[in-house]
Write a protein that binds this ligand. Structure first.
Ligand code: HEC
Length: 270
């Protein structure tokens, strides 16, 4: 018998002896395991309570100079107050749901959606419960459990990849979907318009609010030239806020040319 084989058998024998001994003497679930769980859970709850207290004690009060509240040790006191005038928002999940967000983007038709959101997760849950009954192998060595190891590595890899893809995915108001015309939607102006939230007040052909601003689906309806459009974006006017502080001159020019392109039907060169 080779030395390696003897070693493996020795290990097995040792493990089985230990296993039998601990089975003999035993550690009953109550109170040992329960005490252990109680202590750990108590520590976790105390940590959460402590973090909540520190967060609240270090964050300053809300005032108008600090619309989001002064930052405390764990972030601002409250997020920006809800604005009832915003008619279209950019819904994005927190990071731990980004994989689902991306999954929903991959599956488009209603049938695929049912498959992705109900059928596949259900199969996964059933498999998870059934696994101890399906996999009766006694081997614990990773190299002897290729299927288990493959599943164990693939699942987190897929989840991480979906999360990363979801984190950079364009949202509903961003990029591709603004006008429904790919010649315009592929241009950088759409990113600027999305970041400045112009679609909360203007309609762009596919996306946007029906008011209070006029529809820009066919370009600016009343401005006589590109310079006047730039002026409107830069200084605002009427109920529209100025964007001179928010956007650079370069960005304003890009957006104005793009809007003018919608009017003439010819997309700007960039
Ligand atoms: C808070 C709502 C609001 C936001 C946000 C907003 N606008 Fe406006 N916009 C308006 C309103 C209202 C008018 C009409 C102004 C008037 O009647 O004088 C207008 C007018 C305009 C016009 C002139 C259209 C015309 O020919 O009469 C342009 C161009 C325009 N907006 C572009 C933009 C761009 C680009 C953005 C994003 C950077 C933007 N707007 C963001 C409300 C808004």
């Amino acid at each position: 018998m080779s030395a390696t084989a003897r070693k493996v058998i020795n290990r097995r024998v040792r493990y089985e002896a230990e296993h039998a001994a601990s089975k003999e003497e035993g550690h009953p679930f109550f109170p040992y395991a329960m005490f252990h769980d109680t202590v750990v859970n108590l520590l976790i709850v105390l940590t959460i309570v402590a973090m909540a207290i520190i967060w609240h004690a270090t964050a300053g009060p809300i005032n108008h100079a600090h619309p989001t509240g002064q930052n405390g040790a764990f972030g601002e006191l409250y997020q920006v107050k809800a604005n009832p005038a915003v008619q279209s928002t950019e819904p994005r999940p927190d990071w731990y749901f980004l994989f689902l967000f991306e999954l929903l983007r991959i599956f488009k038709t209603p049938w695929q959606l049912i498959f992705a959101t109900i059928i596949i997760p259900t199969i996964m849950m059933v498999l998870l419960v059934a696994w101890p009954f399906l996999d009766r192998g006694r081997d614990r060595r990773l190299s002897r459990r290729p299927v288990g190891v493959a599943v164990g590595l693939t699942t987190p890899t897929v989840l991480i990849a979906l999360t990363l893809a979801g984190s950079v995915a364009p949202g509903a108001v961003t990029g591709t979907a603004l006008t429904g015309n790919p010649k315009f939607d592929s241009l950088p102006a759409t990113q600027i318009i999305a970041s400045a939230n112009c679609a909360t007040c203007h309609f762009f052909g596919k996306v946007g609010a029906s008011g209070p601003g006029p529809s820009l689906a066919k370009g600016p309806p009343s401005k006589p030239n590109v310079a006047a459009v730039e002026q409107q974006i830069k200084n605002g006017g009427g109920p529209m806020p100025p964007f001179g502080d928010v956007l650079t001159q370069q960005q304003i020019t890009t957006v104005a040319n793009w809007l003018w392109g919608l009017k003439t039907g010819t997309p700007p060169s960039q």
